[in-house]
Each structure stands twice: as structure tokens, then as C-alpha cells.
Design a protein around this ligand. Structure first.
Ligand code: NIG
Ligand code: FE
Length: 410
């Protein structure tokens, strides 16, 4: 007998998709569409959405468990497709340094930033790193995150990178939600390679990648393609090597400069190019001709006091804009998706439906999980948010700083 869950009297069941349908993303003007049923029911069997409909047509169902959702919304759980949730320590000291006038890049040049996080991570015991990361994961699940991507990139040496990726694997085995891992050794040059940058690229390609791939520890390859970090030629070398191990790219692109990251990502069939604070007509044109998802991380722009990503321009150009938190100790120490929705609405001028699509179906697409997550469709995973009693869906981004997610159902 399959385990069954019936949810009744749902004020609004949001982002439904009929069984025969197969949307893989919502792009451009479609991003405003969030098909809903008022006063609805939903049945899940063994963790899979079985059926749903309006209450006036509720068939006779005897479920193992029933939730009365009167006054509350049900929507697909958030898919946070870009995070660095596994880290050893906060960087609140650098936060104060930035308030006093140092820039993020200056802090990095002085050996802080990512290198600071790497030193702390390499000094930390693996089980302690796991415990801390699991606590963070539980906290973001409580605000509705039902699937997540997590990157390495604070090891910057073989053992440190493997340690991070093992922690991510253990989170995947125990957290009860889908988790994808990205291998990001090309996040910064470690101090011992400061004068020998090609040596570090060689280490990544010849020693780290084969070990990571052989152990099946990564789903994607990531590179911080940026001035002062990894240039376009180095990015290409790493993406080409990773392709030989079947790791598709999801890269950090155009955060601080017009770095060529978007174009190189598109050229190498990246699943997504992420950040995009610096995006103009050439980058938008490159994305238009591709299947690469543009992923915006306004939480980082907010926390670093940078200008925001041109979301409206990208949506008007017909692109499938995705949103993610970038949860990390340097540029965005928050994995709170409802707060991300508020930033998207107030600063990027996305309407609530667009923002919700960006962090559900388009987030799923940015992880290659659109067949199982991101909309409410028979056959997809029952990965659902049940809200508290709220007046409207727009109330989620409106009521910022408060958690209106009652529970995550997975
Ligand atoms: O996405 N920009 C590169 N990586 C992270 C920040 C990492 C850090 O500062 O620790 C980001 O913003
Ligand atoms: Fe990031």
C-alpha cells in the first residue's frame, strides 16, 4: 500500500501543470504565468504528486494523512540552484572592513575573502563541518527550500575539496531533499600558487578532477570567471577538461566586470551562468541564442552594495531568468529565499509571479531537475510549500523579514 497524503481546502494551489504538459522553464512574458486553482485539493502517493483539483470535485479518498489547508497556499518548494552552504566560519570581520571602506576585491587581494574561508575550512574537522552545514540546511528548509545546489571551492587543495564534496554527499544522503554538488576548485588561487597560476590549473585538471570524477562526488563544474580570479582562457581549459568527465558547467560570470564569462559559458553549453551584475546587450544576445539559463543573485549585489542585475531587460528579451541565493559567508550570508523574493520584487522590479517562477521551475531547470521539480504536476515529486494563513501570494515578498512558510512537505 502506498503512503498517501491528502491536502484539502487549499486557498490557492499555485503553479499547476496538466499531466500531458512538459514545460522545462518559463521564459520572457511566460514568466508572469502562474496557473492556480482556488479552493483546491491535492493527493500525493509515496512522495509523488498523484492528482489535484477543485474542492467541489473532490473524489472520495481515504488517505493515511490529511492536512486541512484552510486559508493557506500550496506551491512548489523553492529550488535554490546556487549556494556555498558548506563553509567553516562567518566573515563578519570583513563585513565591518567593507563598511569602513575596503572593497570586496581589495579584501580578496589582501588574502582575505575566499582565502580566509579556505584557511578556516582546511583547519576544520570533517564531522564538525558536516554538523554546521546540516544546521544551515535545516534552517533554509524551514523557509521553504526543497532542493539545493552546493559548491566546493573553500578547499583549494585536493584534500580540502574532497572534504567539502564528501560533506555535500553526506548532506544529500541524510537531509531528505535533492542536493546537487558543483566542483569549484577554480574559486581563487591558493597562496602557494600565487606566482604559479598555470600550476594550479594543472593541479585542478590533472589531479583534482580525476579524483572527484572517479568518486562521483560532483554533478557540475564551476569556475569563478572574473578579472583577478580566473580569465576566459583558464575557464575554457577547465570546462574542456570537465566535459571529458561529463560534468556540465554552471559558472560564476560577470559579477564584478564584463569578464566574458557569459559568452564562454554559452559557448560551452553551460546549464547556467550565474551572478550577472555586469550584463549588457552583447551578453543578452549571447544568451538569446542558447539554452543556458541566466541566474541572478541579487542577495550578493545587496550585501556588497553593488548595482543590481538588469532582470527586466533580460525578461523583456525573452530569457528564462532564474534566481538563487548564493548563500556564502562573504557576499551573501543568507539562504533565505523569501527575502530573495523581496529583493527581486523591490530592486529587480520582477512581479511576484515572475520571481516565484524564477526560483521554482527555472531553478529546477538550472539544475537539470525540471522533470521532477518546479511545478505542481502529476508524476513530479511532492516537494511543496504550505504557507501560513496569508491574504495573497504577493504577501510572501511583501511581508519581508518574516517567515510565512508554515512547513516544507517533502
Ligand atoms: O558567488 N564570487 C565568488 N564566489 C562567491 C563568494 C565567495 C566568498 O566571498 O566566499 C559568490 O559571490
Ligand atoms: Fe557564488
Amino acid at each position: 500500500m502506498p503512503l498517501s497524503l491528502l491536502i484539502t481546502n487549499i486557498k490557492q494551489l499555485c503553479s499547476i501543470e496538466p499531466a500531458g504538459n512538459a514545460i522545462t522553464r518559463r521564459a520572457g512574458a511566460e514568466m508572469q504565468q502562474l496557473p492556480c486553482i482556488d479552493d483546491a485539493w491535492l493527493l500525493a502517493l509515496d512522495g509523488i504528486i498523484h492528482s489535484f483539483g477543485p474542492m467541489h470535485a473532490l473524489p472520495e479518498i481515504h488517505a493515511d494523512d490529511t492536512i486541512d489547508a484552510t486559508g493557506r497556499f500550496v506551491l512548489p518548494a523553492w529550488v535554490d540552484s546556487h549556494t556555498h552552504l558548506v563553509f567553516a566560519a562567518p566573515r563578519d570581520g570583513e563585513f565591518v572592513d567593507r563598511i569602513r571602506g575596503l572593497s570586496y576585491e581589495e579584501i580578496a587581494r589582501r588574502g582575505g575573502g575566499i582565502l580566509n574561508s579556505a584557511a578556516r575550512l582546511n583547519a576544520m574537522d570533517e564531522s564538525e563541518l558536516y554538523d554546521q552545514s546540516l544546521a544551515r540546511l535545516h534552517a533554509v528548509m524551514a523557509t521553504g527550500t526543497g532542493a539545493i545546489e552546493i559548491k566546493s571551492g573553500y578547499g583549494l587543495c585536493l584534500e580540502g575539496e574532497l572534504k567539502m564534496l564528501r560533506v555535500i554527499r553526506r548532506l544529500r544522503e541524510n537531509a531528505g531533499i535533492p542536493i546537487k554538488a558543483s566542483f569549484l576548485a577554480a574559486h581563487a588561487y591558493p597562496p602557494e600558487y600565487k606566482q604559479n597560476k598555470p600550476g594550479y590549473i594543472k593541479l585542478i585538471i590533472e589531479e583534482m578532477l580525476p579524483r572527484v570524477a572517479a568518486a562521483g562526488l560532483a554533478d557540475f563544474i564551476d569556475v569563478f570567471c572574473e578579472e583577478g580570479f580566473f580569465g576566459v582562457p583558464e575557464t575554457e581549459q577547465i570546462l574542456e577538461a570537465a566535459a571529458r568527465y561529463g560534468l556540465p558547467p554552471k559558472i560564476h560570470a560577470n559579477q564584478l566586470h564584463y569578464s566574458g564569462g557569459v559568452q564562454v559559458g554559452v559557448l560551452h553549453n553551460a546549464l547556467s551562468v550565474d551572478h550577472l551584475e555586469c550584463v549588457g546587450d552583447a551578453e543578452i544576445a549571447a544568451l538569446q541564442g542558447s539554452s543556458t539559463i541566466p541566474t541572478l543573485l541579487p542577495g550578493a549585489a545587496f550585501f556588497l552594495g553593488m548595482h543590481y542585475q538588469p532582470a527586466r531587460k533580460m525578461i523583456d528579451a525573452g530569457l528564462p531568468v532564474c534566481l538563487a541565493t548564493d548563500y556564502n559567508p562573504g557576499s551573501c550570508p543568507s539562504g533565505n529565499v523569501p527575502l530573495l523574493l523581496t529583493l527581486a520584487c523591490t530592486q529587480l522590479r520582477m512581479i511576484p509571479e515572475e520571481a516565484i517562477n524564477a526560483v521554482t521551475i527555472n531553478g529546477a531547470a538550472a539544475l537539470g531537475l525540471h522533470h521532477e521539480l518546479g511545478t505542481i504536476k502529476p508524476g513530479k515529486k511532492a516537494s511543496l510549500i504550505l504557507t501560513k494563513k496569508i491574504p495573497s501570494l504577493a504577501y510572501l515578498p511583501y511581508d519581508y523579514g518574516n517567515n510565512n512558510v508554515e512547513r516544507l512537505i517533502v
